[in-house]
Design a protein around this ligand. Sequence first.
Ligand code: DQQ
Length: 493
Amino acid sequence: MNSIHTKHIEALTKANQEIAAKQEQIKNSRYRLNYHFMAPTGWINDPNGLVFYNGEYHLFYQFYPYASSWGPMHWGHAKSTDLVNWKHMPVALAPSESYDAGEGVPGYGCFSGSAVVNNDELVLIYTGHVDGKTPMQVQNIATSTDGVNFEKFENNPVIDNFPEHATHDFRDPKVWQYEDKWYMVVGTKKDGKGKAVLYVSEDLKNWEYKGVAAESNGTQGDMWECPDLFPINDRHVLLVSPMYGTQNEKPFYVIGDMDYDKGVFTQDVYKTLDYGSDFYAPQTLIDDKGRRIMIGWMEKWLTKMPSQEYGWAGAMTIARELVLEGDIMKQKPVDELEELRTGYKQLDAFEFTEIKTINDQQESVSEVIIDVNVNDTNASKFGIQLRCSKDGEERTEIMVDFENKEIVMDRERSGVGEKGTSKAPFVVKENGTLNLRIFMDTTSLELFVNGGEQVITNRIFPDETSKRFNLVSQGGKVSINTLESWKLNSIWK
Ligand code: DQQ
């Protein structure tokens, strides 16, 4: 066995032992979610290497098993046949080599990247990061024939330095196949602009630099993390997680066109991907049904993470299918999530003014769909109060402001955790309705407006006893066509 392999196996074994020692205790610890993906213990951030391989979905993720805060990055691994139920797998990558491990430096590891299927092999492409090293970030590959055990390539790095249009922040390779070649975008920055630089390869090992595929127009961030560029319908879409200085901001998408000969993506329509505060570093895969599926990290850098006190931090969003309709890319929770539904309740058309309590003991883990008859509503605002305490002091509010055509998710009184508001614009549908679909888990809320035209994702940390569910109106009558709800089963029990 070569030395790369031996050192890597040692690092993986240690990480897997840590998980085995802690996972039972973490399973029942506070704030755990019921149907969202979480690591068995410790810290997670970005989803990595999303791929459909041999009939199964694979999710890798930035992982530090030894503490509930960020540390030397490993790649955790899980798989699924339905994008809903996930099975934890052994850790796939651990820092072990001079290009992804360091001693006595604050940060190093196997940073974010992607996965592709090449013939029968599963290939991971990732950034090796070592603080203070020159160059600090290089691109590497690791392969597997069984989808479980990964060997780092002996001639890593496959890209050993940043190109002329980049700087030492040069990370998060996303690889895809187009016609008979492999393409890779890597996130970087130069001259105050975030950029995605492009490489091309025939074998995933030798990469030729093509140039800048896309860059900030001056307002789209000075560092681009986790770029993902993919064909959809007859266009291409670019996802970016931008940084402004040291601040990570809301990921955006750009609809445009890719010229593979020139290696240039032309930006056409630019939009916020998710208006919430707990959504970052999303990545996509394409499955055997041709669906483009996206999963994001359901937390964000530099925010309060109350679960850290209980030995874990970080989760993934539910899987969302991306559907391009003209100038809008909708995010549709994957159909498979309906497997979780139980205990259906429905209210037919009704009207109310001021306040209407729907449920004193609303299931905290549930899906709610509300169809609002806007044509028949004369209130200026319609609010949904979730996870409310009996005295109403604690609550999370989703407020539809009909005058300003804005939806506000307000966490000022949500409990512990971050406060503040998230705002998204909305457009009333042609038939005069507004459709709100809410996925609630123990400590998260994902709101899909009008079939996923806009999305707001936030973590909330209310008291377990805060369960009241009210509707409120301001300045008149609200007319509801239907209100449906389901309790959602746990995937972890
Ligand atoms: N997280 C990784 C980086 C990436 C960042 C490090 C985005 O590769 O740029 O854990 O959240």
